[in-house]
Design a protein around this ligand. Structure first.
Ligand code: NAP
Length: 298
């Protein structure tokens, strides 16, 4: 088993593993096995969401885990159809019932809703209540651009611990990382190895795979590591958290085996230089239920 991953300290003192397993698009029928495999491989952070429709299966893996609940760091997210103070509290209870947990480690707002930011604020206020009630150890947001984070922080009491955003070599969001850092927020990379560019390109004739980029491949050869390991090492070495998704045991093991080598400053800079400024996923400024009309069944 690889060395246990290092931890990051959140702005409220809670310790969070730097590397975790993401389970977006992990089909429910394989998710329990996938999460069990990851825990056995050394993962301690699992990132799910009510919108991923696999909280029950994540919970089943945690219930069967051979490590104590206290060693695991579990994240789930509030979906936008549940935004609002009372509805957020209710949705949290539904998530906790599905997960089978009596406390959560990190509760995130899944997207800002700029055209109904009052609902975003009300939802975050509910998360603050859950934090003060001891039902969750830390709270945060996803997909917040600097202007969204500024607007939120100006209206609430608790600065988010984490901002989880699309971030990979082709879309590195340096301005988001700087804004997060200025507020004391840890940036957590979703699609950390560029998955969104591969599974969801806006232009199907222009699929760009970070893991096939010549600069990444050359660095991987030099270190006798894989392209995914180089990109994840870049994420973690730059102080970010990353939550790669895989349903394949060999890749789950590969993706956490990044703590026995280091990239040089020149190698880090050459990966930084791959940024295109073009996102693969949705633009948070225009995100709402019309763009993604999912609701969460009980
Ligand atoms: N907050 C948000 O709005 C948001 C949005 C999107 C994602 N997320 C979170 O971030 C997590 C990760 O993002 P993501 O799933 O979009 O992208 P990702 O982790 O960058 O990429 C996942 C893709 O890469 C493949 N893969 C995994 N390891 C590999 C390796 N070592 N070599 C080659 N290919 C590999 C996976 O296929 P296999 O499974 O077949 O291995 C999958 O197709 C999600 O699962 C979710 O938890 C959050």
């Amino acid at each position: 088993m690889p060395t246990l991953e290092p931890n990051l300290t959140l702005n409220n003192g809670v310790s969070m593993p730097a590397l975790g397993l993401g389970v977006y698009q992990s089909p429910p029928e394989v998710t329990t096995h996938v999460v069990q495999t990851a825990i056995e491989a050394g993962y301690r952070l699992i990132d799910t969401a009510s919108a991923y429709a696999n909280e029950r299966e994540v919970g089943a893996a945690i219930a069967r885990a051979t490590v104590d609940r206290g060693e695991l760091f579990v994240t789930t997210k509030l979906w936008i159809s549940d935004y609002g103070y009372e509805s957020a509290l209710r949705a949290f209870d539904v998530s906790m019932r599905k997960l089978g947990l009596d406390y959560l480690d990190l509760y995130l707002l899944h997207w800002p809703m700029p055209d109904d930011f009052e609902a975003t604020i009300a939802s975050y206020t509910a998360a603050e209540q859950l934090l003060s009630d001891g039902r969750v150890r830390a709270i945060g947001v996803c997909n917040h651009k600097p202007e969204h984070l500024d607007a939120l922080v100006g209206r609430v009491d608790v600065v988010p611990a984490v901002n989880q955003v699309e971030l990979h070599p082709y879309f590195a969001q340096p301005e988001v990382v700087s804004a997060d850092s200025a507020h004391g927020v840890i940036t957590q990379a979703w699609s950390p190895i560029g998955g969104r560019y591969v599974y969801g390109p806006k232009d199907p004739d222009n699929v760009k795979n970070v893991l096939e980029d010549p600069a990444v491949v050359a660095i991987a050869h030099k270190h006798a590591k894989t392209p995914a390991q180089v990109v994840l090492r870049w994420q973690v070495q730059c102080g970010r958290s990353a939550i790669p998704k895989s349903v394949r045991p060999e890749r789950i093991a590969e993706n956490i085996d990044i703590f026995d080598f280091a990239l040089t400053p020149e190698e880090l800079a050459s990966i930084d230089a791959l940024d295109t400024g073009v996102r693969g996923g949705y633009d948070p400024s225009a995100f709402n239920l019309k763009v993604f009309p999912a609701t969460i069944p009980d």
